[in-house]
Design a protein around this ligand. Structure first.
Ligand SMILES: Cc1ncc(COP(=O)(O)O)c(C=O)c1O
Length: 437
């Protein structure tokens, strides 16, 4: 008799998931955990998790609602959908009603549903977040990568989009945009977004605008693309990044009236899969989207810290001849080590994956290779998430200082030491410049 537990027969796995392994962001976290258990000093700049706590008023709502035990409506708790619609209108100028809002267990899951119900090409700029492409591949969608360039600050240009679309103008297409960007930390101006929408309108491209880091735009001047192309753009967000609540698993989509058919199809699939998002979390999230002075201050301090820290590590890296753009929002930078290519090759390092592997082994610093974000393997780029610090302590200290107090090097040394130390270790690990060069 054949044993079911014998070597897993690849032929009985859905071909779309054959060879699929855990997402690199999740895998690096586990690797770090195991290395820490072995007693190594590990600097966790791999997984992009907010270092800040969930604001106290939101946590308090969760405590109060722990007793909520009923399944909620598939599309989300009506009061939460209302709060989300009002929030997006107030904050980003998005005209919408609660009927346009869909709540899910993380925006990651909603994106998966979106790609499942939509039948067309999925356009994904590179570099971009690690999960868009595997999601499309699991579902069996045709992925069209749009390679962006460092000279354009890794932004997609309207010319690139036009060049792609004019080849087959009538193909149905969904473009995934994300800004402030994971992995580059860069964002788009309103003018740049407007130019992209002109092309999208011309070719009837649907845009899925992943603006999950919008409220962590350091200048607090995030411009949403939705009001520029309201009928063809879906907003994706949630509470994972700006509200420190990644593990709570709550994401939101705001879908325009014209694309209601997509929202309804997603809700139908949700009703057959996860049913609804955790009830206590939905009740607590109402408070997060209603906002208020406490949350405004929390966000102001978060942005101030991330900007100061981002600018400081960029300076450190540039002093070691690493090419890197300053971040404009979120908690990532995307350094390029190409200047060190020759000397790294002499150490046997020729790809971004080898670079990150050796860096982790030699120094205990975990960052992710550019190849995980859709870049060519031999391009020596990497994503660094500057989140390994105690955000609770940072916020406590900032609350006791005058509002306009600048965050200086001393503050960062005292409060964000692991990140600064990790970047020191990277710089020391890199081949040194010959004296006098
Ligand atoms: C760009 C981007 N989009 C979406 C997500 C998913 O967030 P969540 O599923 O927690 O809402 C992440 C998380 O890392 C992200 O970086």
């Amino acid at each position: 008799m054949k044993k079911l537990c014998a070597n897993a027969p690849q032929s009985q796995l859905n071909p779309n998931v054959q060879g699929l392994t855990a997402s690199s962001t999740i895998a690096i976290q586990e690797r770090c955990r195991l290395m820490s258990l072995e007693g190594r000093d590990i600097y966790k700049l791999g997984l992009g998790q907010s270092p800040f706590p969930v604001p106290e008023s939101v946590t308090e709502e969760l405590r109060k609602n722990a007793f909520q035990k009923a399944y909620l409506p598939v599309k989300g708790l009506p009061e939460l959908r209302q709060a989300v619609a009002q929030h997006h209108q107030r904050t980003f100028g998005i005209e919408c009603s609660p009927e346009n809002v869909l709540i899910g267990p993380g925006s990651k899951e909603l994106m998966f549903l979106m790609q499942l119900v939509y039948n067309g090409d999925i356009l994904i700029p590179a570099p971009s977040w690690v999960s868009y492409k595997p999601q499309a591949q699991i579902i069996g969608r045709n992925v069209v990568p749009l390679t962006t360039h460092a000279k354009d600050e890794w932004r997609l240009t309207p010319e690139q989009l036009e060049a792609l679309c004019k080849e087959a103008p009538d193909r149905p297409r969904l473009l995934i945009l994300n800004y402030p960007s994971n992995p580059t930390g860069r964002t788009y101006t309103r003018t740049e977004l407007k130019a992209l929408t002109e092309v999208a309108k011309k070719y009837k491209i649907i845009i899925l605008s992943d603006e999950i880091y919008a409220k962590l735009n350091y200048a607090n001047d995030h411009s949403s693309i939705v009001p520029l192309h309201p009928d063809g753009t879906i907003f994706s967000g949630g509470i994972s990044k700006w509200c420190g609540a990644g593990g709570w698993r709550l994401g939101v989509f705001v879908v325009p009236e014209c694309l209601r058919w997509l929202l309804d199809a997603m809700a139908a699939v949700a009703s057959e899969t996860f049913t609804s998002t955790s009830a206590p979390i939905q009740y607590a999230a109402i408070k997060a989207f209603q906002g208020g002075p406490e949350i405004d201050e929390y966000l102001m301090h978060s942005r101030k810290t991330l900007k100061a820290l981002g600018d400081t590590i960029v300076k450190q890296l540039r002093a070691a001849d690493v090419t890197v753009l300053s971040p404009q929002g979120g908690f990532y930078i995307f350094p390029d080590f190409h200047v060190h290519k020759k000397t790294l090759r002499a150490r046997g390092i020729t790809t971004s994956a080898e670079l990150c592997e050796r860096l982790l082994e030699d120094t205990g610093v975990a960052i992710l290779p550019g190849s995980d974000f859709g870049r060519p393997p031999e391009e020596l780029t990497a994503r660094l998430a500057f989140v390994d610090f105690d955000g609770t302590r940072v916020l406590k200290t900032l609350a006791s200082l005058p509002m306009d107090e600048e965050i200086g090097k001393e503050f960062l040394q005292e409060h964000c030491r692991p990140v600064l130390r990790a970047v020191e270790l990277i710089c020391a690990w890199l081949p040194q410049k010959p004296p006098g060069s």
